[in-house]
Ligand binder design. Structure first.
Ligand SMILES: [Zn+2]
Length: 575
């Protein structure tokens, strides 16, 4: 499951509980009929042992957390490929089960990157490093200017620009941390270093150098490839700066290297007859490695085994592949199946996105996509299985409801968009379902280990999925869904767009719009690149969030975009 996730366990509404209890009562009164109608089992109890064995391998230390592009990823995709081969499935492309995709892992300062300062007629190298937003620019012998905290926030009674007349081309020094001693209720939390650097760049600074603050204020040495670079150097200096009344001179060479990596999806086909509709069954098999990105753990570096997230879904996908490859039951022979182990999910759905944009994907002939992400922690008492995407076809609601098994308490939600790979398929207008047994304290921590999983629960979930497949019609109409219910957001407004996390150019590309929300109402479409909201430029996803924070409900403004390279402007009303 992708972090930051919007998943939240919601209290089950009272009425829903009543309904469940009533259904249980009916069930108790009609034991024979009920048990017979709902107890057809496809996976047998021996599935539990296979699931356990596969999870124990995938989530073992040998695979080091299956980070996309790592040796652990390779061990995992070899394992999946071997299993698919063993059941005589066909590789989707030219004899190979893997589909490679390239992505920028990070940006690093190159060995020649350097910042120097002239003191007493001598040039001295400073302990400093480029940070997110830094451009590959050179500054030679420019004057410096102290810009305080670099904040201009009149609502909170603070402006560092008031007495500044000329920033043009200067190396601007900005103190990290936030101003104290003014209004105790002033909230400067939106003034991230990136925000301050962008403001200084807009006002003409030739370079921005942050310094000081508490150790927590020191920015990461890792440059985030998703932050759009400014045309100037942006650095952090760890030294105390010499106190000098005379403006000193600074030299900066921000030479940077882009580190590319390659991730691999695993794609296997079970094709019976080319004229049959195809069902995609997918699960991401990558996880967080040693917690380099997206970890919620704050201790020493450790392997994040990702047993529930998502060795569980991967193992269940394998078990479904095994069953479907071997079954003689006519109800399953009505379809072709494509099994996909996605990589790059934890880095922003990179694998599923590469898949739907790649040559192997054709919308035609596809029936639906089932995604299993975190299916290993079914609570033995509550037995709640969440099924998301129930609004993506008008046929789902009745089907999901009629097949409710006694082993599971099914809780559905409408939206086709969620923090996992089914979103990529929903955005291609395909009905989707995401199966999810709920979040827990071990989520994205090294303690997400195999012994915490409920393997019988996984078999029950697999059987429920097979029940759905057995009862699938040959065609499923697609329907768009409303936005997912969200917990508290720090924004007062929403546009209703899904950001494309793989986009690395200027602006923020959207992978989809939510029906009935401001962006859709204004006429924005999938693949539009947002460049400006009102007067606020959007260089990347962070610029987008900063711009969004400046509006409130009911505000009207314009949004400037690129659609297939063509600039367009739309009027938009926030809700
Ligand atoms: Zn995850």
């Amino acid at each position: 499951m992708l972090f930051p996730s919007k998943l939240e366990l919601k209290n089950i509404p009272y009425l829903y509980l009543m309904k469940v209890c009533f259904a249980r009562l009916l069930f108790a009164l009609l034991p024979l009929w009920g048990a017979h109608a709902l107890k057809a089992q496809f996976l047998q109890p021996d599935s539990d042992g296979r699931l356990k064995q596969w999870v124990e391998y995938l989530a073992s230390d040998a695979l080091e957390g299956r980070l996309t592009g790592s040796q652990g990823e390779k061990l995992a995709f070899d394992f999946l490929s071997d299993k698919f081969k063993q059941w005589s499935l066909t590789p989707a492309s030219e004899g190979k089960f893997t589909q490679a995709f390239e992505f920028t892992w990070e940006i690093q300062a190159s060995p020649s990157a350097l910042m120097e300062w002239e003191a007493k007629g001598k040039r001295i190298a400073l302990n400093a490093y480029p940070i997110s937003g830094c451009g590959t620019a050179v500054v030679a012998g420019k004057k410096t200017l102290n810009l305080g905290f670099g904040i201009e926030d009149t609502a909170n009674g603070h402006s560092d620009y008031q007495s500044i007349s000329d920033l043009e081309g200067k190396v601007v020094f900005i103190q990290a941390g936030i101003p104290k001693g003014t209004n105790p209720h002033a909230d400067f939390s939106r003034w991230t270093l990136l925000e301050r650097a962008r403001l200084a760049a807009q006002r003409g600074a030739g370079a921005v150098v942050f310094y000081g603050g508490t150790p927590d204020d020191a920015p990461s040495k890792t440059i985030d490839p998703h932050v759009h670079a400014m045309p100037i150097p942006v650095w952090y200096c760890t030294e105390n700066l010499p106190k000098s009344k005379e403006p000193a001179l600074v030299w900066i060479n921000s030479s940077l290297n882009r580190i590319k990596k390659t991730g691999h999806n695993v794609v296997a086909d079970l094709t019976r007859n080319k004229s049959l509709p195809t069902l995609i069954v997918g699960a991401h098999y990558d996880h967080l490695g040693w917690g380099e990105r997206g970890s919620l753990y704050r201790g020493e570096k450790a392997i994040h085994n990702g047993a529930d997230d998502n060795a569980s879904g991967t193992a269940l996908m394998l078990e479904l592949a095994r069953f479907l490859a071997q079954t003689k039951d006519q109800r399953f022979l009505r379809f072709n199946y494509r099994f996909i182990g996605f990589s790059g999910e934890e880095l922003g759905l990179l694998g599923s996105k590469a898949f739907v944009e790649g040559p192997a994907f054709q919308r035609e002939g596809l029936l639906t996509m089932f995604n299993m992400d975190m299916v290993g922690r079914l609570d033995p008492q509550e037995k709640t299985l969440q099924v998301h995407g129930a609004g993506t076809s008008p046929r789902w609601a009745a089907l999901l409801d009629s097949l409710k098994p006694s082993e599971l308490n099914i809780k559905t939600s409408e939206s086709g968009i969620g923090p996992s790979d089914h979103s990529s398929f929903y955005l291609q207008d395909l009905p989707v379902l995401h199966f999810f047994s709920g979040t827990h304290d071990d989520y994205h921590k090294p303690s997400d280990d195999p012994h915490t999983l409920n393997y019988r629960g996984m078999t029950d979930i697999g059987n429920y999925m097979l029940q759905i497949i057995a009862h699938l019609p040959d065609a499923l109409p697609f329907s768009k869904t409303k936005a997912p219910e969200q917990g508290k957001s720090k924004f007062k407004v929403t546009l209703g767009v899904v950001p494309d996390y793989a986009w690395e150019k200027k602006g923020m590309r959207i992978s989809g719009v939510t029906e009935g929300k401001p962006a859709a109402l204004a006429g924005l479409q999938k693949n539009d690149v947002l460049l400006q909201l009102g007067e606020h430029p959007i260089d990347d996803i962070y610029g987008y969030m900063a711009a969004l924070g400046k509006f409130k409900k009911g505000d009207q403004t314009t949004v400037r975009i690129l659609r297939e390279e063509k600039p367009l402007t739309f009027k938009i009303t926030f809700e």
